[in-house]
Write a protein that binds this ligand. Structure first.
Ligand code: ADP
Ligand code: ADP
Ligand code: MG
Length: 498
């Protein structure tokens, strides 16, 4: 495998991940090209890049998913490599193939690996020959309703019907009893057809109180593979992560090693190179089962970067250039603890309903151990066309408690007005005994969270605000204005005025 130096990268993405990738490229002395849709013309990722090209109207299928247009931009601007980020074209084997055919490097695995792992059934079958535990269930598509019922009865209720092509927490239905199975099969199949263009579904055991723990891997084109430990991603809503941390509070070194080695088995089953994530579900006995592999950089990759000291984007670029990994498994160590909260424009009080609107105020937290990966600025609108994630807030600490307290401090500093975000919910979760003790699972939201719980917090604030308002009024009588020592009006005063 001959090495090829990358001099210019086009990032086929938007928002925080586009900037995240460009930052590393810049540190490596690589030129960057942004693409953008009409909706993103004044986005920070466009300003950050050395060059930027409009690739079409706001809807993704006309811009960020327009393969031919993106490839044309690369050819015009002499781009040698494309980084796809996550979402959009990152797990599209056809795109990876088209890019390679034009002599451009796709920063990611081979099209074959993307194809196998992009289909949950194909993945299960590929992995079957390796020593990787699987969730009990069937490894083939089920379309016949009678067969579905028989399978479900054999596995035992509850079961999960899953779209083979599903992703982003979509295309899954839990079935509690035999009476529901036919209807739920039909629904999942038709949803899968319309959402993913493939109606194949399969059935697996629904693990009732699982944790979601995933392993980060890196592989080069010379056959070297390493795992960069786990990420705990059990705090989810709609089967999608909202708080992640590394390491997990529950893994023993032995279990970590067993899961790491199983993840490498999954990677070997598809000749994997690049950065990838092998997702597992873990039950109360710490038995783990393979869920799926994501053949791209993951949203929550920063927590792994924090505890390993590795820049995963830099490693992706080196691998794509054909370089061998510069470290071995035994060189990797976990240092400290890291947490991430995903800041979505969503209303936790309305069942996490996505919101659109303007970031009227947008001030990010700073200080020791705090990292904010974002792609918006104050005054910008969150467009309806794309994922409602505003940013990721990441903290690092010497241990779990320091990372947690730092996160709470950073959330307090994070000032967003104009729309609801997941920040309040995340603060609630981080203060909950279940989270503090590490004894939680993917049902955290259903088990522990009620919308009123966020109001309690506000009531407390309100009480303090009222008391402060009374005090300020007194002070005002004395001094004639309420401006603080530093010349700024107190935040409490402003809230009282709202
Ligand atoms: P991660 O798997 O990295 O933890 P998510 O599950 O939130 O993160 O997915 C990352 C992004 O990719 C999100 O924007 C999500 O909407 C999108 N995504 C993931 N899989 C699919 C898919 N199969 N189809 C469409 N979008 C997807
Ligand atoms: P996606 O491609 O949408 O990310 P996954 O297979 O990774 O789909 O599952 C997403 C989430 O759904 C998991 O993190 C977990 O919370 C839940 N889940 C998936 N399979 C099961 C299962 N068999 N039992 C219980 N929960 C599951
Ligand atoms: Mg998944």
């Amino acid at each position: 495998m001959s090495e090829r130096k990358i001099k210019k990268i086009l990032v086929a993405n938007r928002g925080e991940i586009a900037i995240r990738v460009m930052r590393t490229a810049r540190e490596m002395g690589i030129q960057t090209v942004a693409i953008f849709s009409d909706a993103d013309a004044s986005s920070p990722h466009v300003k950050y890049a050395d060059e930027a090209v409009n690739v079409g109207p706001a809807p993704s299928n006309k811009s960020y998913l327009n393969m031919d247009k993106i490839i044309d931009v690369c050819l015009e601007l002499n781009v040698d490599a494309i980084h796809p980020g996550y979402g959009f074209l990152s797990e599209n084997a056809t795109f990876a193939k088209k890019v390679a055919e034009k002599g451009i490097i796709f920063i990611g695995p081979s099209p074959e690996a993307i194809e196998v792992m992009g289909d949950k059934l194909a993945a299960k079958n590929a992995v079957a020959e390796y020593d990787v535990p699987m969730v009990p269930g069937v490894n083939h598509a089920v379309a016949d309703l009678k067969e579905a019922k028989e399978i479900a009865e054999e596995i035992g209720f509850p079961v999960l019907i899953k779209a083979s092509a599903g992703g982003g927490g979509k295309g899954m239905r839990v079935v509690e009893n035999p009476e529901e199975i036919e209807e739920q099969m039909q629904r999942t199949m038709s949803e899968a057809e319309s959402a993913f263009g493939d109606k194949s579904v399969f059935i697996e055991k629904f693990i009732t109180s699982p944790r979601h723990i995933e392993i980060q891997i890196l592989g080069d084109m010379h056959g070297n593979l390493v795992y960069l430990f786990e990420r705990e991603c059990s705090i989810q809503r709609r089967h999608q992560k909202v708080i992640e941390e590394a390491p997990s509070a529950i893994l023993t070194p032995e279990k970590r090693k067993a899961m790491g080695e199983a993840a490498l088995g999954v990677a070997k089953s598809c000749g994997y190179y690049g950065a990838g994530t092998v997702e597992f579900i873990v039950d109360e006995n710490l038995d783990f089962f393979f869920l799926e592999m994501n053949t791209r950089l993951q949203v929550e990759h920063p927590v792994t970067e924090e505890i390993t000291g590795k820049d995963l984007v830099k490693e992706q670029i080196y691998i794509a250039e054909g370089k061998a990994l510069s470290f071995k498994q035994e060189d990797l160590k976990i240092i400290g603890h890291s947490m991430e909260v995903r800041v979505y424009a969503e209303n936790p009080k309305e069942n996490f309903l996505p919101e659109t609107g303007r970031l009227v105020t947008y001030k990010v937290p700073q200080g020791p151990g705090v990292r904010v990966d974002d792609g918006f600025e104050e005054g910008m609108d969150i467009p309806i066309y794309y994922d409602p994630m505003i940013s990721k807030l990441i903290t690092f600490g010497a241990n779990r408690e320091q990372a947690r307290m730092r996160m709470l401090r950073a959330i307090e500093e994070y000032d967003i007005t104009g729309l609801s975000t997941t920040l309040d919910f995340c603060a609630f979760a981080l203060k909950h005994d279940a989270f503090i003790s590490g004894k939680f699972d993917t049902r955290f939201v259903q088990t522990h969270f009620k919308p009123e719980m966020l109001d309690t917090h506000n009531e407390e604030e309100e009480q303090i605000a009222i008391a402060l308002a009374a005090y300020l009024l007194e002070e005002k009588k004395k001094t004639s204005n309420a401006v603080g020592k530093d010349g700024q009006m107190s935040k409490w005063k402003l809230r009282v005025n709202q």
